[in-house]
Ligand binder design. Structure first.
Ligand code: BJW
Length: 225
């Protein structure tokens, strides 16, 4: 079976990484217009770097949980062909051992030059004055996709979802497009795994609710039987 799994912040919540829109989420502490838009970065790059430096440190101090490990086990089993499309900028899928991972909203551990487009591994702490290693212009930013920017690999992702036999969304609120609309492209079975129904729950053929560390290993166990 060809399976595409879309993951969101909820899969990393039990690893200690904050979600965005839950009651204690990041958007209750920060204005997304200040830290997750190109305009916010142009206004105050130091604030935006501070925000991502703190999240990079938090990510480095955390680790994959049972849900990330279960998905890595499913891929490794080769019982099915699994691709993970993640909206998360953390690297917890990779640290669990998953290999087929597409980061549609970029990666916390990568840096991007806004002047020449070069990409490289991000240092632990980034500053507005950091020069690009390729063109030397001090226009370095986290390699993440902000509101108003086009998510990565959309053609590849759309083709994978359209060709999938099963599309599973895990721990995402379905509030942010185009990720939220992917379920509509799926021609095969669809399943939502979440703590509670997302904004698009009714678009899925099946739904299961509970913490990712419980419902994901349970579902993977069934797929491997
Ligand atoms: C658990 C759990 C547990 C908790 N176990 N579950 C009007 C209509 C349609 C679209 C638009 C519109 N106005 C503007 C737009 C476009 C805009 C958009 O969608 N805005 C909406 C707010 C309306 N989108 C964009 O701008 C995107 N670009 C774009 O559209 O380009 C145009 C284009 C696209 C394609 C082709 C051609 C052109 C870009 C969006 C970029 C989003 N960036 C961010 C920041 C990334 C960097 C960073 O991490 O800082 O991405 S915002 C943030 O939201 C982050 C996330 O990836 C994303 C989604 O959040 P997610 O993962 O769903 O988290 P939460 O917190 O929302 O939900 C957590 C879920 O977990 C909940 O459901 C909980 O129940 C659950 N949960 N604990 C299981 N233990």
């Amino acid at each position: 079976m060809k399976i595409v799994v879309l993951t969101g912040a909820g899969i990393s919540a039990e690893s200690g990484l904050g979600t965005f829109r839950d009651v204690d989420g990041l958007w209750t502490k920060y204005d997304l217009n200040d830290v997750a838009t190109p305009e916010g970065f142009a206004r105050d790059p130091a604030l935006v770097h501070d925000f991502y430096n703190a999240r990079r440190r938090n990510c480095q101090e955390s680790g994959p949980n049972a849900a990330h490990h279960a998905l890595a086990r499913l891929e490794k089993s080769k019982a099915h062909v699994l691709t993970i499309v993640t909206q998360n900028v953390d690297d917890l899928h990779e640290r669990a051992g998953s290999q087929a991972v597409i980061h549609m909203h970029g990666q916390l551990m990568r840096a991007l030059c806004a002047a020449c487009g070069a990409r490289w591994d991000a240092p632990a702490v980034m500053h507005p004055a950091d020069p690009c290693p390729t063109c030397a212009v001090p226009a370095t930013r986290p390699d993440v996709v902000w509101f108003g920017e086009i998510p990565y690999a959309m053609d590849e992702i759309s083709a994978l979802v359209a060709a999938s036999d099963l599309f599973v969304a895990i721990g995402t609120s379905a509030e942010v497009y185009p990720a939220a609309g992917l379920v509509e492209m799926a021609q095969g079975e669809t399943l939502e795994l979440n703590l509670k129904p997302s904004a698009r729950a009714n678009s899925f053929g099946a739904r299961r609710f509970g913490p990712a560390t419980e419902v994901v290993p349970e579902w993977v166990g069934e797929m491997l039987n």
